[in-house]
Design a protein around this ligand. Structure first.
Ligand code: 3HC
Length: 698
């Protein structure tokens, strides 16, 4: 008898309960139990109808992703769902929480569906590199039509219960107790003798691929644009098309061949890795559930410039009142104007309404007086990157902020230990490193100083959730985890231009690999002067044996600060954002190379990719080795959500594992020999390569 699937008779209804916490995933035991219990109910002459319901927080949220690496064992979910078609008693799915993936397919296999208004429905399989393989691609279009099905299947985003009801996916929305509602609906089905609806039969003709050419093309275009390089949305579309071309049985047969191919693909493995890595990143070793994050009822941000403004929007978007502090009323005005413009753009794109804009802006108050910070629960300093200025601000905060307030800095590079040291409450100090634009980018790096308390860290991670971001913890180090591991990629791209590659060639290689933008185009966008200023301020620490980015300096000396100046690694038309290859950059690079004895040569794409990625991998490995990141997989999550690294490649560390660490090490040693000290291989990488280990696989 199954322990995870229960059976109970309520009058003449068999109530079949699924109890497999936390999300009632359809693991082998659940599938076995379901088959067994449903058959028992079908054979029991006392039973007139069968109700399937999930215990705990949800209806099944999908297949058990952890089982994907194991051999598949019968009964398959598809066999169960197809079996339901032959059962002559009505089967009703009673849904709460999230009916996702296989969970939604199970619901589609039932003859009727009722749900709570709070439930959500979706087919997120493409995000795992697969498609709804238990006949979802065949049954969903038969129930809600092709266009809406493709929207769900290709984008993988869930819909709410009201939309599902409007689409005809749900037969009834139940207010109050779900099981009672399902029983009452079942009574109606029996009393009115409603015909059993099997979703393998079209309710009406679903049409042929020719009838839907435009719709299909629309979703092919969306998939190519929104999920560039990812195969699963296209596989999903092909599966749906099969359903238009052939009868249900044949289409399902074709899916049976397609599914294992997708599941075993490199992309699907990387996406599954990413799914678990993301959840792992939210866990702080040594900080258990007994640590309660502090409640943030009121936030404050010091500085309303680009970063500060974005952070203020994060608070307002999360419904948390926030105070903006600036040094002049002009700065405050400009900051608030920018925020208003940003919200206006969101209205134009249909993301929010005028009322939502007004509500959000009303949550932001402004002040020029530091003393007004005294009632904030969390204060984020977003002033200029100047250590002395930050120290001054924190010593003031030490006096003004209320006891127990979390004091955070949004610095990208500074030593937060030094900042914390000017206060008498170092345990309450953390870094909260946002990515640009702060209100859009999903990553939030929570920086742990040598004295940050577990509550302060937990509060930072909790804030990430409240801001609908992904939190990851980093230790103090120049650039923390994300920027520190990315810096060598930028460095190598710059050197490669000095050595003979063009910015356009380098950027094309990285884009083809899957990055959203080329690295040099990104540098132009951010402004080349930012790192120039930093190089100058850190000149006294420079190691003379390390290669120096002369070209980057030269471009800045010439005023080529990037997009804002109209020139950088590329040139830009008046007010334009499109990088245009600029022959002058090649001339400058040639000169810089000559002056510094750098040999110019033709550089192939493979070398560009290896130099850029492996430089980052080597640094990532040092970051893990030094304990600055808890896990290599945290680095991957930061790259995905901070820099748009393609999720279907997992991340730089996962990518290195896929290539094989001994191959990666060989290449790094080769570069070390040619290019010197900056390529010193990481000790951890050496150790793992020699022992046949890996960064990300346990
Ligand atoms: N399989 C295995 N484990 C799962 C899982 C699944 N489908 N879904 C969630 N989990 C685990 C998580 O890893 C996490 O474990 P942990 O506590 O050890 O870290 C735990 O359940 C809780 O998950 P979350 O932290 O994500 O909880 P939330 O409440 O934030 O979110 C959720 C809940 C919305 C259900 C979210 O977990 C989710 O999106 N899950 C994946 C849903 C999905 O992709 N379903 C499709 C699966 S593929 C499929 O069904 C194939 C079919 O077509 C044949």
């Amino acid at each position: 008898m199954s322990e995870v699937v229960g059976f109970e008779l309520r009058g003449r209804n068999a109530i079949i309960t699924i109890d497999n916490p936390p999300v009632n995933a359809l693991s082998l035991g659940v599938r076995q139990g379901l088959m067994e219990r449903v058959d028992r109910a079908a054979m029991d002459s006392e039973v007139l109808a069968i109700i399937l319901i999930g215990l705990g927080r949800t209806f099944p949220a999908g297949a058990d992703i952890r089982e994907f690496d194991k051999p598949v064992e019968e009964p398959h979910l598809l066999s169960i769902i197809d079996h339901f078609d032959s059962i002559k008693k009505p089967i009703i799915a009673a849904i709460h929480g999230t009916a996702l993936g296989g969970g939604l397919e199970l619901a589609l296999g039932c003859h009727f569906r009722v749900s709570l208004p709070t439930a959500r429905f979706g087919t997120p399989e493409v995000k795992l590199g697969i498609f709804p393989g238990a006949a979802g691609t065949q049954r969903l279009p038969r129930v809600i039509g092709l266009d809406r099905s493709l929207e769900l299947i290709v984008l993988g985003e869930p819909i709410d219960a009201r939309t599902a009801f409007e689409y005809g996916l749900i037969d009834k929305l139940v207010e109050g107790d779900l099981l009672e509602g399902a029983i009452s609906f079942t009574r109606k089905v029996l009393n009115e003798n409603l015909a059993i609806q099997t979703s393998s039969e079209p309710r009406e003709g679903i049409g042929s691929p020719e009838d839907f050419q435009e719709v299909i093309q629309k979703y092919r275009d969306i998939a190519s644009k929104k999920m560039r390089g990812q195969e699963s949305p296209h596989e999903a579309i092909e599966s749906v098309i099969d359903g238009l071309k052939m009868p249900y049985d044949q289409a399902v047969k074709a899916d049976r061949k397609r599914f294992p191919r997708c599941k075993d693909s490199i992309q699907s493995r990387a996406l599954r890795y990413s799914f678990f890595a993301e959840r792992e990143a939210s866990k702080i070793p040594g900080v258990g559930k007994e640590i309660t994050p502090r409640e943030i009822k009121k936030g404050a941000v010091i500085g309303a410039g680009t970063m500060g403004g974005g952070i203020l929007m994060c608070f307002a978007d999360a419904g948390i009142p926030v105070l903006a502090i600036e040094s002049s009323s002009e700065a405050l005005e400009t900051g608030m104007e920018t925020i208003s413009k940003n919200y206006q753009r969101m209205i134009e794109r249909g993301r929010i309404t005028e009322t939502e804009k007004a509500n959000r802006i009303s949550l932001i108050s402004t002040s020029l007086n530091f003393n007004d910070l005294s009632d904030a629960d969390l204060i984020i300093e977003a002033a200029f990157e100047d250590l002395e200025l930050k120290k001054e601000i924190f010593s003031k905060l030490n006096e003004i902020a209320k006891s127990g307030a979390i004091l955070a800095t949004n610095t990208s590079y500074m030593d937060i230990n030094q900042i914390a040291a000017v206060t008498q409450r170092a345990e309450d100090i953390i870094g909260l490193h946002f990515f640009v634009p702060a209100n859009v980018m999903k990553m939030l790096e929570v920086v742990r100083t040598s004295s940050s308390s577990p509550e302060a860290l937990a509060t930072g991670m909790q804030l990430a959730k409240q801001f609908k971001k992904v939190g990851g913890v980093a230790g103090v180090s120049h650039g923390f985890v994300a920027n520190r591991s990315r810096a060598p990629l930028v460095r190598e791209a710059q050197f490669l231009v000095e050595e003979g590659a063009s910015p356009a060639q380098i950027d094309a290689v990285l884009r083809d690999f899957g990055l959203p933008m080329g690295v040099l185009a990104v540098s132009d966008m951010s402004g080349l002067d930012v790192s120039w200023r930093m190089r100058k301020s850190l000149a006294h620490l420079r190691d003379s044996e390390e290669r120096y980015p002369h070209l980057a300096d030269r471009l800045c000396e010439m005023g080529r600060f990037g997009r804002k100046a109209g020139y950088g690694y590329y040139s830009y038309s008046e007010g334009g954002n499109l990088p245009i290859p600029d022959p002058e950059v090649e001339e400058i690079a040639l000169k810089v190379a000559e002056e510094n004895g750098i040999e110019r040569r033709k550089i192939n794409d493979a070398e560009i990719l290896d130099r850029c990625l492996y430089a980052a991998v080597n640094e990532g490995s040092k970051i893990v080795e030094e304990g600055i990141a808890y896990r290599a997989s945290d680095i991957d999550i930061m790259w995905q959500y901070g820099f748009g690294f393609p999720r279907w490649r997992g991340g730089i560390m996962y990518h290195a594992d896929v290539i094989g660490l001994s191959e990666v090490l060989d290449r790094i040693e080769e570069f070390h020999e040619i290019h010197g000290k900056l390529w010193q291989p990481s000790a951890l990488l050496k150790e793992l390569a020699q022992s046949g280990g890996s960064f990300t696989q346990k």
